[in-house]
Design a protein around this ligand. Sequence first.
Ligand SMILES: Nc1ncnc2c1ncn2[C@@H]1O[C@H](COP(=O)(O)OP(=O)(O)OP(=O)(O)O)[C@@H](O)[C@H]1O
Ligand SMILES: [Mg+2]
Length: 285
Amino acid sequence: MTEAPSNPPGEMAVGRTALRDRDGPAIEVRGLRSAFGDHMVHENLDLTVSRGEILGVVGGSGTGKSVLLNTIIGLRQPDAGTVKVFGQSLRRASKKRWDELERAWGVLFQGGALFSNLTVRENVTAPMFEHTKLSRRDANELADLKISMVGLRPEAGALKPSELSGGMRKRAGLARALALDPELLFLDEPTSGLDPIGAAGFDELIRDLADSLDLTVFMITHDLDSLYEITDRVAVLADGKVVATAPVAELEASDHPWIREYFLGPRGRAARAARSEQRAGGTKS
Ligand SMILES: Nc1ncnc2c1ncn2[C@@H]1O[C@H](COP(=O)(O)OP(=O)(O)OP(=O)(O)O)[C@@H](O)[C@H]1O
Ligand SMILES: [Mg+2]
């Protein structure tokens, strides 16, 4: 053999970093204030996300869920307060630490945000070229692995986003979010726009990936079925704060008016009924 063997794709230590071995929560937000002019979105917001959990994030439209996500990944500076990811304060992070952090998380933005002029495979390899020195051949091989991990057929790699269905686009976005083997996955409304069967399939995929890849997941969603199906805890945003963080079953007993309306209103009741029916039928493990 004349050429040095390349690492098998599954074994490439692309994104797992020294950050992984630290103790403490995956995300810690303290006293966050976010304002646009005199429009206060967050005021004294605290949130802790434990390692390995799937945290659902809910709140009315415009309560600042996406702004919170953008702040945690450093796309937006807090107007006050601190954000730590894997114990690292974002404000104090050196360039090297930033690079480590960016490799340690993957993001599926609201709406997917794929590069429309690139194929799915090129979308998935883009972060690899940005953060690693992988050869094109290895990156392509790794991208194909990610594409199959999210349940897309291999042919999908050669398609442009406009040639995909909404559900396929979400999966492609997820493949890109997983490109660097992140340990923390951010999802902004991953099932919005999908039909109930597509949404249920996507939920199952997230749960399976989270289990098998040992991920911590921060998932913004309006989808009550997702909350019941896959989250360990749910954080509720209201009045500029996280007003509760608890498993759904505990939130059902909350006396906060928005939480009561959300979980005990008609849609909440339907999601809960579907869940108990499924359990009674033993269709879910
Ligand atoms: N770049 C910006 N400039 C000014 N205001 C902004 C900007 N980004 C967000 N906002 C405002 O911040 C508030 C929170 O927005 P955000 O997108 O976080 O809401 P959301 O909870 O994600 O809502 P949705 O459920 O509809 O996605 C909104 O009132 C929005 O208008
Ligand atoms: Mg949003």
